[in-house]
Design a protein around this ligand. Structure first.
Ligand SMILES: Cc1cc2nc3c(=O)[nH]c(=O)nc-3n(C[C@H](O)[C@H](O)[C@H](O)COP(=O)(O)OP(=O)(O)OC[C@H]3O[C@@H](n4cnc5c(N)ncnc54)[C@H](O)[C@@H]3O)c2cc1C
Length: 370
């Protein structure tokens, strides 16, 4: 067998899994694009939010926190998390919409009510007539996504992982207790295939003869706009409105904003639609005093979900040696440290890490395949 493990997809999920799996055998990490991180991983909002997602996601996020705070020596040159804070605003008449968000507050991850004046102090570019009450969550952090992704790739190489780009897996066949994969004009042989292909995970499953997990990629748009004259936006929190999907936050001296769209789409190199950008610019003009004279840069990425919005981590119940690491939705960066340890534990036979706090069945692909 040429490799013990073939990891398909060098986004954050595949890179982190390759890093963890290197402790258990030889690993080939293979990527269709010319560089790792070209798809969802390079297009995120870079946020770490403990009180976000379904309970399984929140448990996985909590289990990722220690790695972010204290990564192994030499893993990253800068802190992986830096404080951002999140302000959720209710417009006049919408105050009741804050109650379900307040209910997510938990010890150590408090969400606190703030009066309108305090909300406007935290985010002075909000239009005062749009702000009746706010909630503030101090624990929301910015993630250094490039630092985390490069840390995993660099660390994986140091541990002996081979990384090949520009090699799209186009065929998988099972033989002699292992796999042959056609990719980049070569046939690669491995014992276990790890499907970390992001939005393409069901396509890779099909190549392996597995039943689909019902993955739906959903497009989300983002733009960068100039800060107000005088700048000074770096201390702004993430700002959202209760009952709205749109949000904005500072990003390297500019404002990054998203309409929070979730348009189901086929796996692809997602591009922003003019309509979504126009809706967002209108929203920014109604809720903030930002001039939004021009959109500096617009992009879109895919957040891929299964029906219960929890990730899919486990061996396929019917196809031997085929492992799913998919369905990371809008949380794949923040979940990567714990999900990769979970994947390595299940593949190596040592089981789920005890600190994960979720049963294997809640992650298993079998819960979705019919
Ligand atoms: C606008 C936006 C905002 C987001 N904000 C956040 C956030 O704040 N926090 C957070 O945690 N998450 C966020 N996310 C979600 C996060 O970006 C994803 O969950 C995460 O990047 C998924 O990583 P991945 O490695 O699974 O997928 P990807 O990064 O898409 O990687 C999959 C890789 O597989 C490769 N591949 C596919 N098919 C093949 C093949 N046949 N052969 C070889 N390679 C193949 C692809 O080329 C791709 O590089 C956001 C996403 C978007 C779009």
């Amino acid at each position: 067998m040429a490799y013990d493990f073939l990891v398909i997809g060098a986004g954050i999920s595949g890179a982190a899994a390759a890093y963890e799996l290197a402790a258990w055998g030889s690993v080939l990490l293979i990527e269709a694009e010319t560089m790792p991180g070209y798809h969802s991983t390079g297009r995120s909002a870079a946020l770490y939010t403990r009180n976000y997602g379904v309970p399984v996601v929140r448990a996985v996020n909590a289990a990722s926190h220690p790695f972010f705070i204290d990564p192994p020596d030499g893993f990253a040159e800068h802190p992986l998390l830096t404080p951002r804070g999140a302000l959720t605003v209710a417009r006049p008449g919408d105050e009741g919409l804050l109650d379900p968000i307040l209910a997510l507050s938990s010890p150590g991850n408090e969400i606190l009510p703030v009066p309108a004046a305090e909300a406007l102090r935290l985010a002075p570019l909000l239009r005062p007539d749009q702000v009746a009450l706010g909630l503030y969550e101090a624990g929301v952090m910015d993630i250094d996504v490039a630092g985390l992704h490069q840390g995993y790739l660099r660390g994986a190489r140091r541990r002996g992982v081979e990384i090949r780009c520009d090699a799209r897996v186009s065929g998988l066949s099972r033989h002699d207790g292992g796999w042959s994969a056609a990719a980049g004009g070569e046939i690669l042989v491995a014992g276990v295939v790890i499907n970390a292909a992001g939005a393409w995970a069901d396509e890779i499953g099909r190549l392996a003869g597995a039943r689909p997990i019902g993955l739906i990629p959903k497009r989300r748009t983002a733009i960068l706009v100039d800060p107000p004259a005088g700048g000074g936006v770096e201390s702004l929190p993430l700002v959202e409105f209760a009952g709205d999907e749109a949000y904005f936050k500072p990003d390297a001296g500019k404002i990054m904003a998203s309409p929070g769209d979730q348009t189901p789409t086929a796996p692809q190199d997602a591009q922003p639609e003019e309509w979504d950008t126009a809706v967002l610019v209108d929203w920014l003009q109604r809720h903030t005093t930002l001039p939004v004279a021009r959109v500096g840069h617009a992009w879109a990425g895919l957040r891929s979900f299964v029906a219960d919005e929890a990730p899919v981590v486990g061996f396929d119940p019917e196809v031997d040696g085929f492992f799913w690491l998919a369905g990371q939705g809008g949380f794949g960066i923040m979940m990567a440290p714990a999900l990769s340890r979970a994947a390595a534990g299940l593949i190596a036979g040592s089981g789920l890490p005890p600190d994960l706090g979720v049963p294997a069945a809640s992650l298993a692909p079998a819960r979705l395949q019919t």
